[in-house]
Design a protein around this ligand. Structure first.
Ligand SMILES: *Cc1c(COP(=O)(O)O)cnc(C)c1O
Length: 401
């Protein structure tokens, strides 16, 4: 990154955050970048409203998944033309896994860990239920992954940063071990993209997937991304062989023939409005060095841990203490964590809760600074030390925690 183009963090003025709110949940749903509403309004009024069906050509809607894919690629160390966008992360997991099983058809094991997000495991279960009966999803504890990479494993499927605890796998090391055992490596970057520096090209993994509504601030339901190592993409025979992954969608041929490149991982019509919000949201990253983001994230997380441990003795750190093994979130365990989080949210400090007892706080240096961290802990200390969580209004469960 050129020095003179470098942005200094935080850049709060690029986001529309409610006055008075301290938002420590950008790991779950990023806030609204200020550029998005006008851009989206223009796409709706001028492109959809004004151009109607011509928009697919004149406004570049059809090329958008690849154009936006290149913007995401730059944040995860992937070359241009190796990432495409669409669907949800669950779908992208399915596509990547099915491709991996096809590439290692002599092997029958999908290896994952118990820290993975449930949908990744569910998609694997659904996929193998439709394969021959000999396939197996093998789930081990995160610390046992390395030993479990045996030579019957077809694909190692891991989420780099654990959604509950923030524990972070060593991508380079595990990828090397997977390759030594002859397995395909599939990384889920849901809690990595926009949070920690990722070097997909350097680590050499075959595939990666992720979502864009967390640290990439694309908005609720923003499309997912999928990366396939460029030398391998031509070998994938897509399980979801939709028309927009076809080599010539508008030839309307009766038989499927995949596009030569990553476009074969597209499925159907792209969500143009949602992708336009994401496209504008990604401009925030121009001139930002992911190592700066990482350094700031570590400083904020370390400050938070020190302050909480000094002032809230009932909370127990549930994240790794070693910064090298932690992503951009910090979790504390507390038996009444749900109610404590509700009390905190009522006082405008937004984190979230993951069963059974995890209070989760995301650190997003684009719009969070040290002052926010200290103020958040002031309020958390009040919630804990005045037992505000004990009030009945904070005990009621909502559908989304
Ligand atoms: C957030 C997250 C998902 C969500 O999947 P969607 O299909 O986008 O709902 C999946 N996997 C991981 C690891 C996640 O963190």
């Amino acid at each position: 990154m050129m020095k003179d183009a470098a942005q200094t963090l935080p850049m709060k003025d690029r986001f529309d955050l409610p006055e008075g709110m301290i938002y420590l949940d950008g790991n779950s749903l990023g806030p609204l970048p200020r550029a998005v509403p006008d851009h989206l309004a223009r796409v709706v009024a001028d492109e959809w409203g004004g151009h109607l069906i011509k928009g697919w050509n004149v406004d570049g809607w059809m090329a958008q998944p690849m154009r936006v894919g290149d913007k995401v690629a730059r944040l995860i160390g992937a070359p241009d033309g190796s990432v495409t966008m669409g669907d949800t992360l669950s779908i992208k997991v399915y596509q990547a896994l099915s491709a991996a099983l096809q590439m290692r058809s002599d092997r029958k094991v999908i290896l994952s860990d118990s820290g993975n997000f449930p949908t990744d495991l569910y998609m694997a279960q659904g996929l193998i239920a439709h394969q021959d009966a000999r396939h197996e999803l093998r789930v081990v504890a995160p610390e046992d992954v390395v030993e479990a990479i045996t030579d019957d494993v077809a694909v190692v499927m891991l989420t780099q940063v654990d959604y509950r605890t923030g524990r972070m796998h060593d991508m380079a090391d595990i990828t090397r071990r997977a390759h030594d055992a002859g397995a395909i490596m599939l990384w889920d970057l849901a809690h990595s993209a926009g949070a920690v520096p990722v070097d997909l090209a350097g680590c050499g993994c075959e595939m990666a997937v992720g979502c864009t509504y967390k640290y990439l601030n694309g908005g609720p339901g923003a499309p997912a991304f999928i990366y396939v190592r460029p030398d391998l993409v031509g070998r994938i025979d897509p399980a979801l062989s939709g028309w927009l992954g076809h080599d010539a969608p508008f030839a309307f041929e009766p038989d499927y023939r995949p596009a030569p490149d990553i476009a074969r991982m597209r499925v159907g019509t792209p969500p143009v409005l949602q992708m336009s919000a994401l496209e504008a949201a990604l401009d925030v990253w121009d001139g930002i060095d992911m190592q700066d983001v990482r350094d700031r994230s570590i400083a904020l997380s370390e400050l938070f841990i020190a302050e909480v441990e000094a002032r809230c003795p009932d909370l127990t750190l549930a994240s790794p203490r070693d910064v090298a093994r932690r992503g951009s979130q910090v979790s504390f365990a507390f038996a009444q964590g749900y109610a404590a989080m509700q009390a905190l949210i009522a006082h405008d400090v937004i984190g979230d809760f993951r069963a059974p007892d995890i209070m989760r706080f995301g650190f997003t240096p684009l719009y969070i600074d040290e002052g926010d961290v200290v103020r958040a802990v002031d309020i958390l200390a009040d919630v804990m030390n005045d037992r505000l969580w004990d009030r009945p209004e904070y005990q009621r469960k909502s559908a989304v925690t």
